[in-house]
Design a protein around this ligand. Structure first.
Ligand code: LIP
Length: 273
C-alpha cells in the first residue's frame, strides 16, 4: 500500500505543480468570471483548466480511480463517494481571492480509499507553499515536517472561520453569532478565504482551530489528512465524527479545544453534498 501511495503522490504532486503555473500566470487577478450557486460564488476559466488537467493526467495514469471535482459537479457530474480510490479536487480553492488578486488561493487534492483520506496536497503557488501529507507519514510544508500547536483552551486560541459564498439569511445569522461568541472568548479570528488554506494553517500551528459550514468535500479532503497527520483533530462542528459529505468541518490542535469550540458555537446544517 505504501509503495502505491508513494506512486499516487508523485504523480499528483507533479500535476499540481504544473497547474500552479496557470494560477501564477494570472497572479494579478483573473477578472473574468461566471457566477454559480449565487452572486458571490465564482468560477473562472483557470478553475476549469486546472480541473481538466488534473483529472486528465490522473485518469490516464490510474484509469480505475474515481473523481469528485468541484467544477465537474457544478456542471452536473455526480458527487458520489465509494470505497474505490477517489481523487477529490478543488482546482482553485479561494476563487474569490484569485479574482481579486488576494494571494491566498490554492489547488487542493485529496485521495480517499475506503472513504478515508489517505493523501493530501494543498499548493498555494503564489506564496510557494506546498503542504503535503500521506497516511501514517506526517505532514509537511515544502518538505519540512509541521505540527499543530498545543493549545487546549479557546481562551488561548486564534481561530479561523469564513462567512462563505452564500447569502442565506439563517447562515448569515449563525456566522454573525459565532463571530461574536469566538471574539468574546478567544484570542481572535482570521479568514484566509480558502477552507484548505485555513486547515493548512492549523496543521502548521499558525492558527489553533478552524470551522466552517457550507464547504464541500473538495474543500476539506486534503486538509482533513493534513491536520490529522500534523497531530490535530478533525470532527463535526457539533462534536461528532467528521463526515466529508456533510458540508461541516471543525479542526483543531487538540481534542479539548475542538470540543470546547463545538460546545460554544451556534450550528448550521446545510444540504449534504
Ligand atoms: C471556497 C472555500 C471557502 C468558503 C467559500 C468557498 P472555492 O471555495 O474555500 O472556505 O468560505 O464559500 O467554498 O469556491 O473558492 O473553491
Amino acid at each position: 500500500m505504501s509503495d502505491k501511495l508513494d506512486e499516487y503522490f508523485e504523480v499528483a504532486v507533479s500535476l499540481v505543480k504544473t497547474c500552479g503555473n496557470l494560477i501564477i500566470e494570472h497572479i494579478n487577478g483573473c477578472k473574468v468570471f461566471e457566477v454559480k450557486s449565487c452572486d458571490i460564488d465564482f468560477v473562472t476559466e483557470i478553475d476549469k483548466k486546472v480541473e481538466e488537467t488534473l483529472i486528465g493526467g490522473l485518469s490516464k495514469r490510474f484509469p480505475t480511480h474515481k473523481f469528485i471535482g468541484e467544477e465537474s459537479v457544478a456542471s452536473g457530474a455526480k458527487c458520489e463517494l465509494t470505497d474505490d480510490p477517489t481523487w477529490i479536487i478543488d482546482p482553485v480553492d479561494g476563487t474569490m481571492n484569485f479574482v481579486h488578486g488576494f494571494p491566498h488561493s490554492c489547488i487542493s487534492v485529496g485521495l480517499t480509499i475506503n472513504k478515508e483520506s489517505v493523501l493530501g496536497i494543498i499548493y498555494n503557488p503564489i506564496l510557494q507553499q506546498l503542504f503535503t501529507a500521506k497516511k501514517g507519514q506526517g505532514a509537511f510544508l515544502n518538505g519540512r515536517q509541521i505540527s499543530v500547536s498545543q493549545v487546549k483552551e479557546l481562551h488561548n486560541a486564534l481561530v479561523t472561520f469564513e462567512a462563505g459564498t452564500s447569502r442565506d439569511e439563517e447562515k448569515s445569522h449563525v456566522v454573525f453569532e459565532n463571530f461574536k461568541r469566538i471574539i468574546c472568548k478567544g484570542h481572535g479570528v482570521r479568514s484566509l478565504g480558502s477552507a484548505a488554506l485555513n486547515m493548512a494553517m492549523v496543521a502548521q500551528g499558525g492558527a489553533d482551530a478552524n470551522f466552517e459550514f457550507g464547504i464541500h468535500a473538495w474543500d476539506t479532503a486534503a486538509g482533513d489528512i493534513l491536520v490529522r497527520e500534523a497531530g490535530g483533530v478533525v470532527i463535526d462542528p457539533a462534536g461528532g465524527p467528521f463526515d466529508i459529505l456533510a458540508r461541516r468541518v471543525l479542526c483543531a490542535s487538540t481534542p479539548e479545544l475542538a470540543q470546547e469550540i463545538a460546545n460554544t458555537i451556534a450550528q448550521y446544517y446545510p444540504e449534504r453534498d
